[in-house]
Design a protein around this ligand. Sequence first.
Ligand code: ITT
Length: 186
Amino acid sequence: MRVFFITSNKGKFLEASTILREYGIELQMDVNHKKVEIQSDSLEEIVSAALANVCNGPVSDYYVVEDDGLFINELRGFPGPYSSYVYKTIGIWGILKLMADARDRSAYFKSVVGLCGPNGIRLFTGVVHGEIATEPRGSGGFGFDPIFIPLGYSNTFAELGLDVKNKLSHRARAFRALGEWLLGNR
Ligand code: ITT
């Protein structure tokens, strides 16, 4: 069984491939396809549209696409599905500035992982709740990891490192569900 992950994000690939190895699956980075991203407020719609573009006929391999968002409650869910663009533009410091006077620092990451293959399309979802730190801390991970503190911890994902992040993150939860499904259905 060959499973390809269509992504340009090496941080996502490292985390996902480490998790799927627990299920005996060797994930491969797909460099031949480009993830086609429609604009939508729904991660599920973005992933479904990206998959429809890849599995538009009979396929013998499996393809994976993931879309994520950081949803900050004080900002009514912003940046959500626009997290990648917001990270590239205003970045971590821009988010901290928007949160300067915030009373509620709660937030969550959501991952929607889509799989298409010989037996159709399936979506898997993972969420991790936490809060936005008051300043960036740590050097591990990627993206908003230096300012996200998962619930029950006092360190950021960037301080906690890959092993801990892969036990509780949104991505870990979604990819474990995918791993279980592949084991039962391949
Ligand atoms: P693709 O090629 O897979 O699309 P991407 O980085 O553009 O890679 P998304 O469109 O899903 O991915 O954007 C989600 C953004 O949210 C991502 O760029 C990060 O800035 C942020 N993000 C997602 N997961 C994260 C995580 O585990 N830790 C920190 N930031 C994360």
